[in-house]
Design a protein around this ligand. Sequence first.
Ligand code: PMV
Length: 313
Amino acid sequence: MKARAYVNFALIKYWGKKNEKLRLPFQASLSFTIDKLFTDTKVTVNKKLIKDKITINGISDERLNKRVIQHLNLIRSKYNIKDYVEVTSVNNVPTSAGLASSASSFAALTLAATKAFNLNLSKEELSRLSRYASGSASRSIFGNFAIWDIGDDKTSIARPIDINWPEFKIIVLMIDKSKKPASSTDAMKESVENKLLYDEWVKQSKIDLDKMLIALNNKDIKSVGEIAEKNANHMHDLIESTGITYKTKESLKAIDKIHELRTKGVLAYYTMDAGPNIKIITIDSEVNKIVDYFNEYETIVCSKGKDAHIVLN
Ligand code: PMV
């Protein structure tokens, strides 16, 4: 069974777990699932296997395989399944460069594996299962805009929000494809320990989320961009208070250029995740101006992606 899931970028970030084992967040997050970056994962039950056989992007790497096996074990134990599987996963996203490859990877793995085991799960159940592997993966079950609620083990899942805004775009600026300096899991843990700043983050992100929903409903790109930018900067300030930084000199240079563009009247705003790459939040009418301005970078112009789905062949 082969499944495809798309990358999502958070406009209101998830940063910090209140329960590490169940991966429950301290605050709700809101994301946009895009069309251009995705993961295709094929899972086949093979009764002859005595352990899982995993290939990710053409290679079998023990460290990467470990997380996949853990997730397969979780699915097997939840649904009382004994079979081992062959997994072949191909990312068209550079792995671990803050481009949310874990979100699309684990959403695709969850869908492909549960189908291979003949489980026909609802999107809610797929979102919950994906959450156990990677928090942001819960949102990649859904295309377009989605909210991942705080909830408890049962209710902490993503849900789609009904906003039809085809002009909304995210442009990925490929600053650096290398691996990030610290995993999001480790950096989150350290951030949560910084209690004073962390409590402030939780409080502010709720305010940001409420404002973001109003701005999205109004299709007000200026407000959407400003709120997302402020929310991302808040998260990065929190991360940097722990001594970890994901921003490189190149990221800062690109951010300066986005500010420059705005002084020229272009509607361009940024967000950043656990890596150096920048995602520009904008609308259709501005795309060519932005791509031209950043002609020294590789850019990927993204529209809304679909829900995770089974692909034939
Ligand atoms: O789900 P994780 O562990 O890959 O964490 C992702 C966290 C951010 O990408 C930085 C923010 C988000 O909400 O996607």
